[in-house]
Design a protein around this ligand. Structure first.
Ligand code: ATP
Ligand code: MG
Length: 426
């Protein structure tokens, strides 16, 4: 038997209904916050991610699905959504249009990671980006949308962690200070962090390893090294959040795994998820557009892991249980008298034409088995066409919710059910 590749998921019903539900929720909230959808390709030139996400990051060094196509192009399945959005923003002329531009995306990302609960090789992210605004209100806007998503999913007890990682200017000075401090304790660092010391030292801050944690326990903090502009922005964001009564915790070790971030970084965690408890993560990336060859253009956004949102919602106070039902099951015996199945099937066709969802038993089983099937499909009504009904030109309608049964002339069934399913009578 052939199996799906490791770290991928098949989303089957009823799971797929939860996906449709959550996608609709995300689209509805996008609209409320005025983000418009953008769809970019599933693969890009490898160089885009190398430049935007950064050569020194885990994503680029270890996690990308990179391949050469038959034309010899160096391509990569997108591991994240912000770089492609920024690329399209530049390439398609949005950068020259009205700003800020507010976009959202919803789609698969690919990373070669060790699969585990909440971590897959193909996973879906919903993300938002505001391009062209340096305002701390824009940071607050995306953070508020993230918090709102968690609320709408019934996740109580999420914690919002925020931090600032400054801009390339103030970070340079900080980095030196930081290196001075950590180099002395290089012996205590794990192998990965010893490498990071060379290429990406600030990432040591979020290593989970005990030795590394101790080595950075009393390092100087970025917050204390900010330039004027970064300090003002950091203070402004906290004032906005406080004025709105949004609870947050400052986590000075929060640095994020992508190089393009500047100033604000944040994560929304929901501890009951266990090891992979970050549901939403994002920040500001004021240098990214320029890095990709555009004029300087600030940006801020986040990405949410949709699988994790679903896992969390399932464990939360309001499990995602969208009702799966059909309006009407059309029940008719597989009679020798062809008029009966023909009348039954025609009724089904007419109902569907009228926008009423319906189904029947293609296997022509017994009436009892068909009733069971109707039940399994969670049919709200069953329309029964037996020999007697067809002879009299009637259809027996049974309400599965209320238990009543009525006989309706064949020609009136569609209108009758239309009225019923839209909640006309009971
Ligand atoms: P993590 O620390 O969990 O690896 P990250 O720092 O790599 O996350 P981002 O790249 O910012 O995360 O992605 C944002 C969100 O996307 C994460 O918070 C998570 O919800 C989700 N996510 C990231 N990687 C995966 C994955 N391999 N499988 C499922 N969801 C993921
Ligand atoms: Mg990761």
């Amino acid at each position: 038997m052939l199996r799906a590749p490791r770290g991928t998921n098949d989303i089957l019903p009823p799971e797929s209904h939860k996906w449709a539900y959550i996608e609709a929720l995300l689209r509805r909230l996008s609209k409320i916050y005025n983000f418009e959808e953008i769809r970019t390709p599933m693969f890009e030139h490898t160089e885009l991610f190398a430049r935007a996400v950064g050569e020194a990051t885990d994503i680029v060094r270890k996690e990308m699905y990179t391949f050469k196509d038959k034309g010899g192009r160096d391509l990569t399945l997108r591991p994240e959504g912000t770089a492609p959005v920024a690329r399209a923003f530049l390439e398609r002329g949005l950068a020259g249009g009205p700003l800020p531009r507010k976009l959202f995306y919803l789609g698969s990302m690919f990373r070669y990671e060790k699969p585990q609960a909440g971590r897959y090789r193909e996973f879906v992210q919903y993300g938002v980006e505001i391009l062209g605004s340096p305002s701390a209100y824009s940071d607050a806007e995306v953070i508020l949308l993230g918090v709102r998503i968690a609320e709408e999913l019934g996740l109580t007890g999420t914690t919002l962690y925020i931090n600032t990682i400054g801009c390339p200017e103030c970070r340079k000075a900080y980095r030196e200070d930081f290196l001075k401090h950590v180099s002395d304790r290089a012996g205590e660092l794990c192998q990965d962090c010893r490498e990071r010391l060379e290429v990406n030292p600030l990432r040591i801050l979020d290593c989970k390893n005990q030795g590394c944690r101790e080595a950075v326990a009393d390092v100087p903090l970025m917050q204390d090294h900010l330039c004027d502009d970064c300090r003002r922005h950091w203070a402004a964001l906290q004032e906005i959040l406080t004025s709105l009564g949004i609870e947050y915790a400052v986590d000075p070790t929060l640095v994020r795994g992508l190089d393009y971030y500047t100033k604000t970084v944040f994560e929304l965690k929901w501890p009951p998820l266990g090891a992979q408890d970050t549901v939403i993560a994002g920040g500001r990336y004021d240098g990214l557009v320029e890095e990709l060859g555009g004029k300087p253009c600030p940006g801020v956004g986040f990405a949410a892991g949709v699988e994790r949102l679903i896992l969390a919602a399932e464990k939360g106070e309001r499990p995602l249980m969208p009702e799966v039902s059909i309006d009407c099951f059309v029940l008719f015996p597989d009679s020798e008298d062809r008029r009966i199945p023909e009348a039954g099937f025609k009724l089904l066709v007419d109902l569907r034409r009228a926008g009423i969802s319906g189904d029947f038993d293609a296997l022509g089983r017994s009436v009892k088995a068909q009733m069971k099937h109707a039940d399994r499909l969670n049919a709200r009504y069953v329309a029964i066409l037996g020999e007697e009904e067809v002879r009299q030109g009637l259809v027996t309608i049974r309400s599965m919710e209320h238990g009543w049964q009525k006989q309706v002339p064949t020609g009136q069934v569609v209108d009758f059910l239309k009225e019923e399913v839209s909640g006309g009578s009971s």
